[in-house]
Write a protein that binds this ligand. Structure first.
Ligand code: DC
Length: 235
C-alpha cells in the first residue's frame, strides 16, 4: 500500500442486484487497499434469520421484527474461515446463507424500522473511512458522500448462474431455474419497494460485469478511487 492511500482512507460504495459480482469485487478491493469490507446484505439476512428463529411472520409482524432488529448488534470479525458476521456475539454466517433466509431477507429489508437501525449501524462502521461497503442503497442512502460510488450490473441469466455456482460451493444444491426465478422475484421486490429501492445514484459509475473478471473490475475501481482521492485532496 502506498503512503498516499495510508493517509487518505477512502470510502467506496458498491451497489447492484444479487449476483452482479459486487461481493467478490468488494472483498477483493478491500483486501488490496487494506480496507474493511462490509457486506450490508448480510445484516438484513441476519434480521430475517433472527425473526424466523423468533417465529415472527414478515406479513403479520413487521412491527415486532422492527423491534427485534433494534436489539441486534452487528460485528464483522475475522475468523479462520474468513470474515463472518456476529450478531449479539453469535456467529450467524452459516445460518444467513441459506436460500430460505435469502428469500425472507427481501421483505424484511422493506420494513422501514429495520432499515433505519441497519443504516445507522452501517454509517458507524464507515465513520473512520478505509471501508468498502456493498449493498443496494449504499451510494444513494447510507454513504452518499462516498469517494467512489459504483453500480454493478450483469444480465439476469449470468447473475443466476453465479448465484447457483456460489450455492453449490456452499454445498447447497438448488435447481438453476429455481435460482433464476427466486432472483427475478427478489430483484423486482428490492427495486420496487417504497423505502430505499435498489437504484443507481446519479453520480455513480455504472459497470456491466458480464465480460470482465473480478480482478479487472477491482483494478478499474482502484484507479477511479485514487483519482477521486487525489482530486478531493486538491480541492
Ligand atoms: O446482497 P444479499 O442478497 O445478501 O441481500 C439480502 C437482501 O437484503 C436482499 O433482498 C436485498 C436486501 N438489501 C437491502 O435492501 N439493502 C442493502 N444495502 C443490502 C441488501
Amino acid at each position: 500500500m502506498n503512503e498516499q492511500k495510508d493517509l487518505m482512507r477512502g470510502v467506496v460504495a458498491i451497489d447492484g442486484p444479487a449476483g452482479s459480482g459486487k461481493s467478490t469485487v468488494a472483498k477483493m478491493l478491500a483486501q488490496r487497499l487494506g480496507y474493511i469490507y462490509i457486506d450490508s446484505g448480510a445484516m438484513y439476512r441476519a434480521v430475517a434469520y433472527r425473526a424466523r428463529q423468533a417465529g415472527l411472520d414478515v406479513e403479520k409482524d413487521p412491527d415486532e421484527i422492527g423491534r427485534l432488529s433494534d436489539e441486534l448488534e452487528f460485528e464483522f470479525r475475522q475468523t479462520a474461515a474468513g470474515q463472518h458476521l456476529f450478531v449479539n456475539g453469535e456467529d450467524v454466517e452459516a445460518a444467513i446463507r441459506s436460500p430460505e433466509v435469502g428469500n425472507l431477507s427481501s421483505p424484511v429489508s422493506a420494513i422501514p424500522r429495520v432499515r433505519e437501525h441497519l443504516v445507522a449501524a452501517q454509517r458507524r462502521m464507515a465513520a473512520d473511512g478505509g471501508v468498502v461497503m456493498e449493498g443496494r442503497d449504499i451510494g444513494t442512502v447510507v454513504l452518499p458522500e462516498a469517494d467512489l460510488k459504483v453500480f454493478l450490473t450483469a444480465t439476469a441469466g449470468e447473475r443466476a448462474r453465479r448465484r447457483w455456482v456460489q450455492l453449490q460451493e456452499q454445498g447447497i444444491i438448488e435447481d438453476y431455474e429455481q435460482v433464476l426465478r427466486d432472483q427475478i422475484k427478489r430483484d423486482q421486490r428490492d427495486s420496487s419497494r417504497a423505502v430505499a429501492p435498489l437504484c443507481k445514484a446519479d453520480d455513480a459509475r455504472e459497470l456491466a460485469s458480464d465480460d470482465l473478471s473480478p480482478q479487472e473490475i477491482a483494478t478499474m475501481l482502484e484507479g477511479w478511487l485514487n483519482q477521486s482521492l487525489s482530486e478531493g485532496d486538491k480541492s
